[in-house]
Design a binder for this molecule. Structure first.
Ligand SMILES: Cc1cc2nc3c(=O)[nH]c(=O)nc-3n(C[C@H](O)[C@H](O)[C@H](O)COP(=O)(O)OP(=O)(O)OC[C@H]3O[C@@H](n4cnc5c(N)ncnc54)[C@H](O)[C@@H]3O)c2cc1C
Length: 431
């Protein structure tokens, strides 16, 4: 299962001009019309050391770290659509680490740390804005869970505390914190390092970075089957031909059960749509990200001024990515219960993506009973923020053959052993 590194460890194998003010001026003033492509097209080769299925943040990050940290660059990332066409290009880009379990907190905190340096590492502005993340409590039991979370968080050095309604109002003035409302705000779990990111930029940055280190990115390349013999992965069948490989990483999120089925790996995953919506842009007035678990709604304001709204998954499993009127009506009512002042704002559009839900709201990462078939799935509604850490850790697992401590708790065998990592209280709405 251990592919050999061939690239030059720590040094890009491709020279691509960096993004900088000087490069912009050079291109603008000079007679340069051929802006370099961010990543190149390739013919499909007959074999690769590692084949990664899924060109979202997880697949691209794993490819990037395999090549940049471990010198394993004979890697193909295959996507049936375009890079970022799954959840990675459809999410609401919230990042935070104030989870409920010690395993979850440590894992997501590592991701935040990687995000903090990612613009520099990838030479791509991912617009990570750590503007604070606030989860509102509307009743005593929510407040109790938040105190619990704050304590777990603080024990692991995470900046997270319960604040009172006055502080909530100070941090998010449009919120109605009066006591006479249907869902009064009794307090909130406040997490200053949480915030939002430009999700497309993260996808493009990892893609460009992986390409620089010699990884091949193949769009419009659908995986149709995976052949094994003697319990070992041998061949990946695609719409563009067969690939011989001994290592396959499944990073297909909402479609992951279909890929698992190709090798007979069973995981307790159901796929449900998750919808979101965005308004027309207005002047900045909401700094923090605001989440209400009871109302199943959250809102943030982008750098362009649009309000981005999200909710919890649709209440039925399916593979359709259509938006629904039912969702938008419910969302509008819930948002107005929190912020009545928004009643005149116009929605610009709504969309949906697919989420691979697990019973404990934690991911499934690591090796499986099929040699050479690894999974990085079960990302539900919360996997975008985990892209950097899961890419880093899965790359280490593939390169060394041993699961790093940070991802051991998320092993697929936990469902047989009854070792669930229960994150529902911290992951079902706030993402
Ligand atoms: C509306 C919405 C809001 C969200 N908000 C947040 C948030 O605020 N914060 C957060 O952390 N997370 C959020 N998420 C979840 C997050 O987007 C996902 O968990 C994450 O993007 C999953 O990334 P991925 O790379 O694993 O999968 P994806 O980005 O879904 O990529 C999987 C890829 O696999 C490809 N594929 C599938 N089948 C095949 C095949 N047979 N052959 C080849 N390719 C195939 C698909 O085309 C797709 O591009 C949200 C999700 C949605 C839908």
């Amino acid at each position: 299962m251990k592919p050999r590194g061939r690239g030059t460890f720590g040094r890009p194998s491709q020279r691509i001009s960096g993004y900088s003010a000087a490069a912009l001026v050079r291109h603008g003033l000079g007679d340069v019309t051929d802006w370099p492509r961010a990543w190149r097209r390739h013919d499909l080769e007959p074999s690769y050391d590692v084949v990664i299925i899924g060109g979202g943040i997880h697949g691209l990050a794993a490819a990037y770290y395999l090549a940049s940290r471990h010198g394993i660059s004979k890697v193909a990332v295959l996507d049936k659509g375009y890079l970022g066409s799954g959840g990675s290009g459809r999410n609401t880009a919230i990042a935070r680490s104030n989870y409920l379990t010690p395993e979850g907190v440590a894992f997501y905190d590592r991701s935040l740390k990687l995000y903090e340096n990612l613009s520099v590492e990838l030479d791509f502005n991912i617009m990570f804005s750590q503007r604070g993340h606030m989860t509102l409590a509307h009743n005593d039991s929510s407040l109790r869970t938040m105190r619990w979370r704050a304590e777990v968080n603080k024990l692991q050095g995470i900046d997270s505390e319960v604040i009172d309604p006055d502080e909530v109002k100070r941090l998010a003035p449009p919120l109605d914190v009066s006591t006479g409302t249907r869902y009064p705000i009794l307090g909130a779990l406040y997490h200053p390092p949480g915030g939002i990111i430009r999700h497309d930029a993260v996808v493009w940055g990892y893609a460009r970075g992986a390409d620089r280190y010699g990884v091949q990115l193949h769009q419009q390349t659908e995986v149709l089957g995976i052949e094994t013999s003697s319990g070992q992965v041998r061949t990946v069948r695609t719409t563009r031909g067969d690939i011989a490989t001994r290592t396959v990483l499944n990073c297909t999120a909402g479609w992951s059960s279909l890929i698992n089925d190709m090798v007979g790996v069973r995981a307790p995953i159901t796929t449900s749509p998750l919808q979101a919506a965005v308004t027309e842009p207005v002047r900045p007035f909401l700094h923090a990200v605001v989440v209400s678990g009871s109302l199943h709604v959250y809102v943030s304001q982008t750098a362009r001024g649009e309000l981005v709204f999200g909710a919890s998954v649709d209440p039925f499993a399916q593979y359709s990515m259509r938006g629904s009127l039912d969702f938008i009506e419910g969302l509008a009512a819930d948002v107005l219960a929190l912020m009545p002042g928004l009643s005149k704002m116009r929605l610009l559009r709504q969309w949906a993506g697919l989420c691979d839900m697990t019973p404990d709201y934690s991911p499934i990462m690591g090796a499986t009973d099929v040699d050479g078939f690894l999974v990085d799935i079960g990302w539900g509604t919360y996997g975008f923020k985990a892209g950097p850490v899961s890419g880093e850790q899965m790359a280490q697992l593939i390169a060394t053959g041993g699961a790093p401590a940070l991802i051991e708790p998320f092993d697929i065998r936990r469902f047989l052993a009854g070792r669930l990592v229960g994150e529902k209280g911290a992951a079902s709405v706030g993402h």
